[in-house]
Design a binder for this molecule. Structure first.
Ligand code: UD1
Ligand code: UDP
Length: 358
């Protein structure tokens, strides 16, 4: 009998999003397969998530690795097409906004296989971001669109997506966070990294921040201004490793550079942070749920609920040091409202819609 649901994953942020959907479908006994495209392949960018999130090994790994957008997307498409032609599933599920998402969407759509997009409708309205292109194309083609926030539902509506395809289900990334909350051990991570009680965390990997030497130099100056105030732990994404090193980012005595961290260790670190500095999508959401002040070094965000309902603020490089100082001096508000439906049950809701569809 052919597989009923085939999940396409491949990059770090896909894994905590897919995990609750896979687990919920498993509880319903749905026959499913998980494909790893191989977009991310370092142990710390991939395997560690499978281990820590209780996901079984991928059924197939396409092993595409890194490349330009066309090379990487094309390689994933070729691998997926072969797989889907051989054994067409009833439904393909793609996650987020990475190249693996776009490739899965294009292949499924062209083979006439229905597909679902988890985290549909997010828009930064900034087409210089590769992710924005991936989001627009994926949502245009998707049969089931699972939205994490009301703004996402509104964007899809205004782009003409029929309302019966759109399902506001909450945020599966937050399901994973809530399911693992008891494992986030601040005392342990602080001891392991020899950190004082108050410290900052910084994660920076967007092309707009790290690819160009001029941007990397400005970013370095900004983060050094933060490190002058408190020690900074920086788990370094492989994309920015060389450019940030060349810009002198890691030369500040109070910046502790570490390898990409496992999910549990990373969220433990974030949970104990005084302020988080980031350009990550997922980290904006996780800090909102944990109530940790987040300064996002970007001109825009596709996740505005993290500002309206959370702890996120957009800052530019020139304003970072002052924003850190202000955040450190401002007493933390007692728990603000969390975004609607970020309640740990998105995976169940997605599974229910998929079961209906099947
Ligand atoms: C990708 C996503 C981005 C997401 C990020 C999450 C796209 C277009 N971008 O960006 O939206 O925020 O993942 O982490 O899909 N590399 C390694 N080891 C790995 C993976 C990558 O060394 O395991 C290095 C390679 O030099 C590679 C570079 O990182 O060229 C970039 O990897 P790539 O997958 O192209 O994009 P990301 O920047 O990781
Ligand atoms: N993350 C992690 N270790 C790290 C950095 C990130 O476990 O060192 C987790 C964290 O949960 C984050 C997710 O990986 O939300 C995705 O991160 P990334 O910033 O790579 O992707 P984005 O959300 O920007 O697409």
């Amino acid at each position: 009998m052919s597989v009923r649901v085939l999940h396409v994953t491949g990059a770090r942020p896909n894994f905590p999003k897919a995990s609750p959907v896979v687990h919920s479908l498993r509880e319903h006994g749905v026959d499913q397969r998980l494909v790893h495209t191989g977009q991310h392949y370092d142990e710390r960018m991939s395997e560690v998530f499978f281990r820590q999130l209780g996901l079984s090994e991928p059924d197939v790994n396409l092993g595409v690795g890194s490349g330009t957008h066309a090379v990487q997307t094309g390689a994933i498409m070729r691998g997926l097409e072969r797989l889907l032609l051989h054994d067409p599933p009833r439904l393909v599920v793609v996650y987020g906004d990475v190249n693996s998402t776009l490739a899965g969407a294009l292949v499924a759509a062209k083979l006439g296989i229905p597909f679902a997009h988890v985290e549909a409708g997010l828009r930064s309205f900034n087409r210089t971001m590769p992710e924005e292109i991936n989001r627009l194309v994926t949502d245009r083609l998707a049969d089931l669109l699972f939205a994490t926030s009301p703004d996402a539902v509104a964007h899809l509506g205004s782009e003409g997506v029929p309302s019966e395809r759109i399902h506001f289900v909450g945020n599966p990334m937050i399901d994973t966070l809530l399911a693992n909350l008891d494992r986030f051990d601040v005392v342990r991570v602080r001891a392991a990294l020899r950190l004082p009680e108050r410290y900052l965390v910084a994660t920076l990997h967007r092309p707009g921040n790290v690819d160009d030497a001029g941007d990397a130099a400005e970013l370095t100056k900004a983060v050094h201004g933060a490190a002058d105030q408190l020690p900074v732990v920086m788990p370094v994404h492989p994309r920015g490793r060389a450019s940030l090193a060349a810009a002198g980012m890691f030369d500040h005595p109070r910046i502790q550079v570490v390898e990409p961290m496992g999910y549990v260790e990373f969220l433990s670190l974030v949970r104990g942070a005084a302020v988080v500095i980031t350009d990550s999508g997922g980290v904006q959401e996780e800090t909102t749920m944990l109530g940790i002040p987040c300064l996002t070094l970007r001109p825009d965000t596709e996740r505005p609920v993290t500002i309206t309902h959370g702890t996120n603020r957009l800052v530019d490089r020139a304003g970072l040091a002052a924003a850190v100082q202000a955040a450190l001096e401002t007493p933390r508000p007692t728990r603000s409202a969390t975004p609607p439906l970020w309640d740990g049950r998105a995976g169940e809701r997605i599974a229910d819609v998929i079961l209906d569809f099947l």
